[in-house]
Design a protein around this ligand. Sequence first.
Ligand code: 6PG
Length: 478
Amino acid sequence: ATANIGVVGLAVMGSNLARNLASREGNTVAVYNRSPERTTQLVEAHPEAGFVPAATIEDFAASLQRPRTAIIMVQAGAGTDAVIDQLCEAFEPGDIIVDGGNALYTDTIRREAAVRERGLHFVGAGISGGEEGALNGPSIMPGGPAESYETLGPILESIAARAPEDGSPCVTHVGTDGAGHFVKMVHNGIEYADMQLIAEAYDLLRRLGGLEPAQIADVFAEWNKGDLESYLIEITAEVLRHIDAETEKPIVDLIVDEAGMKGTGTWTVQTALSLGVPVSGIAEAVFARGVSGRTSQRQAVRETITAKPEAAPVSASFVEDVRQALYASKVIAYAQGFDLILAGAEEYNWAINPGAVAKIWRAGCIIRARFLNRIAEAYDRAPELDSLIADPYFAAEVAKGVDAWRRIVATAALSGVPAPVFGASLAYYDSLASDRLPAALVQGQRDFFGAHTYGRVDRAGKFHTDWSGDRREQQVSS
Ligand code: 6PG
């Protein structure tokens, strides 16, 4: 046995992760793929990596030092169960199986219990950063038993991205069983919101601000020097600047306006709904992709439109207003995402440290952004923070931009430019900020038709009004 780590599944993500592992001092990497051609291909293409190729799972197991540690990089789904089963057969108690795919956290909880039952360790690890991140340094969110991190931690730390601020590796033991995949799921939900917000900003700058894609690329490049500095803003500028070689038009005008998705955003919203966490901005981002794909409905409704709203006049500070609205809405996306992470931690008994999560998102992952430092600082100041926007720094930041944010949401509505995540995020903020909500009336309605009772602001207890009778109130519980 010569290898200290193995990778199963050698498609692009798996190959790149294996190459990343092999490039770090002290690692010898065993590689296995179901179809052996791929293994041969990888080994031949990268002689410098010193891979230990295995033709069978048994060979793979034999090539690994104990405790054996293997990272599975296969398409999430039933295939993962089959590979786990094979590894459990070939491995021995104490060995560690890591699933680096985008698995649903409830599958990870189930798999962890089943693998533990067989005496092995199972770690569901979220890995973000795409193909480039896998090769050069991803952000890694491992869950599973804490003791497995003793073996696994140093290996993952060797390949993870490093935060530009302090050079620390973007990996931490997030919590037990499904905690890592839960946090990765929420990462993707935030990713959806962030992407949609940037897209809405682009749309407003183009349709109301009258800017061309290349000019908007310049605006984003400028924004990328300030609070909004992030990977997604950076790549957006590049996409907007790109001209199609054949037609010499901006590529953004040639790409079909239907956004696809593989499911993690949907999981985030489904999970939030079942835990009762209002992730309205993230949900609108998922819905926005859904609406974009309703091709025949879009066509049918477009045909009914006889008059389009006139574009509302924009102020001289329009570009800056959009920037502020984007920043405030982005803060909301993170506030909602962290709210969900903490609700998940409570539900599943995970000791998740939100500040540590913010820190490992500072580099390597798709949502990496300068302001994650600020989030980490907020949770360092107050680990029990109720909401990110209750933190003094973020409260002040949002307050600073709120007038611009309102102008943008209003201008978008008056002009018929959809800005669902800008709008939903502002409504969420205003809801949290309101002294009284019309939820009081909803409770009255519920009591009227279903005797669902209500509390009173002036007395303790639960009450019901006899709406269909004499309308007298009775106290139904203390
Ligand atoms: C990442 C990405 C990655 C992947 C998503 C995209 O963190 O590296 O989130 O996981 O690109 O699956 O999701 P959609 O295909 O649903 O947009």
